[in-house]
Design a protein around this ligand. Structure first.
Ligand SMILES: [Zn+2]
Length: 179
């Protein structure tokens, strides 16, 4: 991902978590593998593949494979681009992560999955960011709304493990640029 795309993604994530009083820091583990932190750390893996190739439904946008550390969330970049750009086909090559709207969609899917990791017992909510099936409006509406039960559980887990409401997030993408 380009610097600009990462900056957009970082902005969007900071805004989402600020709504529940959680501060996000960012580290690039490719360049700072030894950077130590007292924060709870998440890894976000941006997958350039179709979700069906991992056995998920075609419209899946993100997933979590394990709740254990290192906390890792996966997002399916092609599905997010298709949803944001209203594309029906699998073609997404014209649009890249540099697009602010794509960054917003990516950040919201990442946040959705991160909330699942720290609040694993909760069912999806009826409305807002923790709905089961997020649509284009949910990805792009001006203010993302996090269900209070998720927000509480997330903050509780964060505080229990770290005594600080801070998150550290690293993103990595198998592709750098090109899309
Ligand atoms: Zn979910």
């Amino acid at each position: 991902m380009s610097e600009g795309a990462l900056a957009n993604l970082r902005d969007e994530l900071e805004q989402i978590f600020a709504t529940i009083g959680v501060q996000v820091s960012w580290v690039d583990r490719a360049t700072s593998p030894e950077h130590a932190s007292e924060c709870l750390e998440f890894r976000a893996i941006i997958l350039p593949i179709q979700p069906t190739s991992w056995g998920f439904r075609p419209r899946a946008m993100g997933t979590v494979l394990s709740l254990d550390p290192p906390h890792t969330v996966f997002i399916f970049f092609p599905t997010i681009v298709r949803t944001v750009m209203r594309l029906e086909s699998s073609y997404y090559g014209r649009y890249g992560a540099d697009c602010r709207l794509v960054a917003r969609g990516m950040a919201r899917i990442m946040a959705h999955e991160m909330l699942h990791v720290l609040a694993p017992g909760l069912p999806h909510s009826e409305e807002g960011l923790m709905k089961r099936a997020l649509n284009r409006n949910d990805l792009l509406l001006e203010r993302p709304v996090i269900d209070p039960a998720f927000a509480d559980a997330f903050r509780r887990t964060l505080l229990a493990g770290n005594k600080t409401k801070r998150l550290l997030l690293g993103a990595s993408s198998p592709h750098s640029g090109g899309h």
